[in-house]
Design a protein around this ligand. Structure first.
Ligand code: PNS
Length: 159
């Protein structure tokens, strides 16, 4: 079976993430979306909330599974018996970090390959950090995040 992992923090999930999930799930047999729990960072949404958002958003994609993970991505990929990691690429500025991560992961797990999917052009500028900053100042995030999770993001910043 052709199984892949799409890892990330998803704090929160953006339309760009969802676009990559939909496209990748179209060409692999099974896609595991790995949601990173990083104890050294304080995310806006807890790991439970982020997993829940993704489950709601991918409900109709039958070959997509959402799983939290901590520690090394290369270990998680082994654990779920996948060999492929999917990453979205927005601009050249993403490339250096992504290339370093791909090489590091392969040095830790020689069976692991990383596949980069170029973002759809309308999401070139989009990131979770941009969404949080705009939401914090009361800006319009309706074109940036899936409608189903818009209100929970806005609510996080309500005083
Ligand atoms: O899209 P994001 O939120 O920047 O995702 C980054 C992620 C989760 C893919 C990356 O930080 C990661 O894989 N973390 C796990 C720790 C790890 O394996 N580090 C070694 C590779 S550099």
């Amino acid at each position: 079976m052709n199984k892949a992992v799409y890892p990330g923090s998803f704090d929160p999930t953006t339309n760009g993430h969802l676009d990559i999930i939909k496209r990748a799930s179209g060409f692999v047999d099974q896609l595991v979306v790995g949601v990173l729990e990083n104890p050294s960072k304080t995310p806006l949404f807890s790991i439970r909330e982020r997993v829940e958002h993704l489950k709601t958003l991918t409900d109709e994609l039958k070959n997509v599974e959402i799983m939290p993970f901590s520690g090394l991505l290369s270990d998680f990929v082994k654990k779920v018996e996948a060999k492929l990691v999917i990453r979205g690429l927005r601009a050249v500025s993403d490339f250096e970090y992504e290339f370093q991560m791909a090489l590091t992961n392969r040095s830790l797990n020689e069976n692991l390959e990383t596949l980069f999917i170029p973002t759809s052009t309308q999401f070139l500028y989009l990131s979770s950090s941009v969404v949080k900053e705009i939401a914090m100042f009361g800006g319009d995030i309706s074109d940036m995040v899936p409608e189903k999770i818009q209100s929970v993001i806005i609510d996080k910043f309500r005083i």
